[in-house]
Design a protein around this ligand. Sequence first.
Ligand SMILES: [Zn+2]
Length: 245
Amino acid sequence: MEQTNYMALVQGLKLYIDAMRRFVRERLTARYAARWWEDGVLTHLYDPQRSNLERDVRSNANREKQDFIDPGHLVHIIAEESRGAFAGYFDDTRRSKPLLQLVLDARNTHAHPPSGDLSRDDVDYALATIEQLLTGARQPEAATVHQLRMGLHDASRPSNTTMPTTRLKASQELDGAIVNARDLKASDVAGKRVLCPACEEFTFQMWPGGWDGHSGWKCTGIAGSDPEERKSEFRERFGYLFRRR
Ligand SMILES: [Zn+2]
């Protein structure tokens, strides 16, 4: 079978989610014992995310709960427990959260792939991020993901891509609007003019004012036509740019 960049990303995401589910359950059980699901998972999610997850678990009662944890949940669970269940692994949220977010973005690319193959550099970047997180979690899959990355480079010309460290940056403005919101955090963007992190076409005059109308109906960076699902996808991907209520 021909090894495409897209297939390498699919394999990397599968290794990531399997390893992280096992890791998260292990760490949360060590801290919360039998209440790991309620106190370690559900309590850290935003509302549409939490009720969707509870519904999925209810309708699949014969499956392990951990099988319903996805990359969007990991962003919140690990950040909220950085000083708790994940102390000693992911203590620094400013480093880990953008990495977790990057993997979520890669998962969304995989769920709605563009026509043709993905670029090798983009896939390498996503896999390097996955490798970094699995190394942080001390999971053996990190080595397998490293092999996948080497495979990307064998397939064609050598590349000088280096390991990314973190995308967390200072805010960058163009014409008075912040243009790199996805690299920032809620306190950097609250109340400011912000270019939409999903479509990069629309400018919010006072973030996050109007996010629901824009993401529900207009945003070209969100797939699908159901307004509630579109809003919930936006909220899942960029929840870290909202202040907690
Ligand atoms: Zn948009």
